[in-house]
Design a protein around this ligand. Structure first.
Ligand code: PLP
Length: 396
């Protein structure tokens, strides 16, 4: 071999002891010993890696860990696929499973991006979307009766940003009775506080950008499904062919976050409850949405299907409406105005002007996403600092 060829040639087979920490496989592709091996692997792609858009050792480990968390202590295994974002996970789920003429039954108070995906991307492709109040089980049952082509009931619980919670067990029973699937966005609760599979869900999606990562340094998503074949044939193929795969580096960053997820969710929940209780008794506040408050309309449902806390997310409305919300957000010093959630520090957002800016105002208002609503992702700081900041920001 010539020197210039020698410096180019990959020599990846040097031996070492096993790495303690998950390595980042920064490689687009995987080499084969010979053509026989190549043919065998392409015929059965689950046996080894070929090309990182199809699967990557780093990304696959993270997907498996999230799937294992979602089935922890349940008596079955699920299959996870990492995607380039939470929206890629939701898109792959719908595009993979549905055909034109089929229907999705969902709630009007979803994350704004999901509502936009349903109305502006999927509807024009011929997938019908029905928005309803999924908390009303009787009405949901009637809608399933009048819309026989519903293939997926899609729920977000607790929902962004109203923290409305839906009864997963009841919805799973309704869906299965009609030969449909229940898919759940579990971003807010994470598997630490809620396992939708335990209540019969068929698919779970996450924005791994949020709590799973926890440190705000990567964008990623994941789809987890009970049925391996369905996941491989429908969801994995869609992720692979749309190129919606997660980069190994982004997956690796999420994996670092996963290690402290249980600790963080407990502290997030304790801090959020403390802030919710503080806001609830504040004279400037007209309403606090937090499923851990007994006054929350869905407190009973949340108590039944969540455990160990009610999460970091809350929202509240001020008596002074939009003007008061503007003043409060602008006066916060310790908490940051940032359009994301799930990080270790406390973040606030005004949904009507950011995350839900493209949701039709009548749909948004109908579901309580008013102009005066402030959303808080309560961090894991010392709770005294968080409460003191809101106290000074709300002072007359
Ligand atoms: C509940 C929920 N689901 C999905 C998403 C989309 O996730 P991503 O931004 O990672 O695409 C978000 C984003 O805020 C969200 O809040």
């Amino acid at each position: 071999m010539q020197l210039d060829s020698f410096v180019v040639k990959e020599r990846p087979d040097s031996r070492t002891t096993a790495p303690h920490i998950l390595p980042i496989y920064a490689t687009s592709s995987f080499a084969f010993e010979n053509l026989d091996e190549c043919i065998a692997v392409f015929q059965n792609p689950t046996t080894a890696h070929t090309y990182s858009r199809y699967g990557n050792p780093t990304t696959d480990v993270v997907a498996r860990k999230i799937a294992d968390l979602e089935t922890f202590n349940l008596d079955f295994q699920a299959y996870g696929i990492m995607t380039s974002s939470g929206m890629a996970a939701i898109s792959a789920l719908f595009i993979g499973l549905l055909r034109p003429g089929e229907q999705i039954l969902t709630q009007g108070n979803l994350y704004g991006g999901t509502t936009e995906l349903l109305t502006d991307i999927l509807r024009p492709l011929g997938i019908e979307v029905i928005f309803a109040d999924l908390r009303n089980i009787e009405q949901t049952e009637k809608l399933l009766h009048t819309h026989p082509r519903v293939r997926i009931i899609y729920a977000e619980t607790p929902a962004n940003p109203t923290l409305a919670c839906v009864d997963l067990l009841a919805l799973a029973q309704l869906a299965h009775h009609r030969d449909a699937w229940l898919a759940v966005d579990n971003t807010f609760a994470t598997p630490i506080l809620q396992q939708p599979f335990a209540f019969g869900a068929d698919f779970i999606v996450h924005s791994a950008t949020k709590f799973l990562n926890g440190h705000g340094n990567s964008i990623a998503g994941v789809v987890v499904g009970r049925d391996f074949e369905l996941m491989r044939q429908k969801v994995w193929r869609t992720v692979k062919l749309m190129g919606a795969n997660c980069s190994p580096f982004e997956a690796w960053l999420a994996h670092n976050g996963l290690k402290t997820l249980a600790l963080r969710m407990r502290r997030h929940s304790a801090n959020a409850l403390a802030l919710a209780q503080f806001l609830e008794q504040h004279p400037a506040v007209s309403r606090v949405n937090y499923p851990g408050l007994p006054a929350h309309p869905d407190a009973e449902v949340a108590r039944r299907q969540m455990r160990g806390g009610y999460g970091a997310m809350l929202s509240f409305e001020l008596k002074g409406g939009f003007e008061a919300a503007l003043r409060c957000v602008n006066r916060l010093k310790f908490c940051s105005l940032v359009p994301t959630l799930g990080d270790v520090d406390t973040l606030v957002l005004h949904p009507a002007s950011s995350s839900h800016i493209n949701v039709p105002p009548d749909l948004r208002l109908q579901h309580g996403i008013t102009d005066g609503l402030i959303r808080v992702s309560v961090g894991i700081e010392n709770p005294d600092d968080i409460l003191a900041d809101f106290e000074q920001a709300l002072a007359a």
